[in-house]
Ligand binder design. Structure first.
Ligand SMILES: C[S@@+](CC[C@H](N)C(=O)[O-])C[C@H]1O[C@@H](n2cnc3c(N)ncnc32)[C@H](O)[C@@H]1O
Length: 309
């Protein structure tokens, strides 16, 4: 059985929901109800046409994100890594030459970028394991819980399908989580030189910063000075010219040359069935009038930038 996003999320959600019940002394029905309430609230905030006020510091809110959105966002990035020929060729060339990829992802706490790379590298069948070193910057430290849980689910999946010898696996995931507000350039002072990355990913972060934020422009400009020439930057956002314009404005005064803006509207890969979430899906989707299903499609605009000399 190949990697599926819902298959990876099943043990993650199952164990994190049990953890919340145990440590917050809630029944499993109370945990379910909190997740459904947070899912409702997240949706309203994302479409409120202002900076969304999200409860990511609360476990139920993060679980709602993982349940509703994570598979769709992971599939979007995996599709772009696969279908954007320039990006795919670049990543495969680096991966084959170094047997390692360095990925810095902004606002990547949940772990969706990690899932995307696990499925991408398994599908590419390179023939040896690629160590993927993720450097994650997210303002919400609590996200590290799901990032590490997803990493463990990937390791368990590969252990089960390729055996305990890591030399037989498509990917060896590695991650370092840094709590960082990406609108605060001052915060970079303490970070040192951690920017020799092959790829930077900005996936559904602009719509949470929401405003055309000068602090974020300064942050991107400061980051863009640091990595090697040729490193890539992928921006992905909701469809619409407003978000394409935000990508342009935040990179305008940087050494990043953005490529074309590509609209992508699709359903998840064949085989990505929410039923793979097992009991989690049963519990969250079947409550009369309030039950929710995970997102099964995407509608985005993306652009791949290159760091120039
Ligand atoms: C919509 S989620 C996207 C997560 C992931 N990239 C994905 O595509 O599923 C936005 C993420 O950005 C983080 N975030 C929001 N504002 C931020 C900021 N100012 N600095 C750093 N991270 C931020 C949130 O904590 C959250 O993890």
């Amino acid at each position: 059985m190949p990697v599926t996003f819902f298959g990876l999320l099943n043990p993650v959600l199952t164990s994190l929901m049990a953890y919340v019940a145990r440590h917050e002394k809630l029944t499993s029905a109370q945990v379910r109800d909190r997740i459904l309430e947070e899912a409702e609230r997240n949706h309203k905030e994302w479409y409120s046409n202002q900076v969304p006020n999200l409860n990511y510091c609360h476990a139920a809110c993060r679980l709602a994100y993982l349940y509703i959105v994570a598979a769709a966002n992971a599939n979007t990035l995996k599709w772009i890594l696969t279908k954007n020929k320039g990006l795919r060729d670049y990543l495969l060339e680096v991966a084959k030459r170094k047997r390692r990829l360095k990925v810095c992802a902004f606002g990547a706490g949940p772990g969706t970028e990690l899932m995307a790379f696990a499925k991408f590298l398994e599908e590419q069948k390179i023939g040896f394991p690629v160590r993927v070193d993720f450097h994650l910057l997210d303002i919400v430290q609590e996200w590290q819980e799901s990032w590490y849980a997803i990493r463990d689910a990937i390791d368990d999946h590969f252990d089960h399908h390729y055996g305990p010898d890591t030399a037989m696996r498509p990917m060896i995931p590695n991650g370092c989580f840094t709590t960082q507000d990406v609108t605060d350039t001052e915060g970079l002072r303490n970070r040192g030189d951690i920017w020799t990355q092959d790829l930077f990913v900005v996936n559904f972060l602009l719509s949470e910063i929401f405003a055309d934020n000068r602090g974020f422009h300064a942050f991107i400009a400061a980051i863009a000075e640091r990595p090697p020439v040729g490193s890539r930057f992928v921006f992905i956002e909701r469809s619409g010219t407003m978000w394409a314009d935000r990508m342009k404005s935040c990179t305008a005064k940087t050494g990043i040359r953005l490529g074309e803006f590509v609209a992508s509207r699709r359903s998840l890969d064949d085989g990505e069935l929410p039923e793979l979430l097992g009991n989690v899906y049963q519990r969250l989707s079947s409550v009369p009038d309030r039950g929710k299903c995970p997102r099964l499609n995407w509608n985005v605009v993306y652009s791949v930038g290159v760091k120039e000399a």
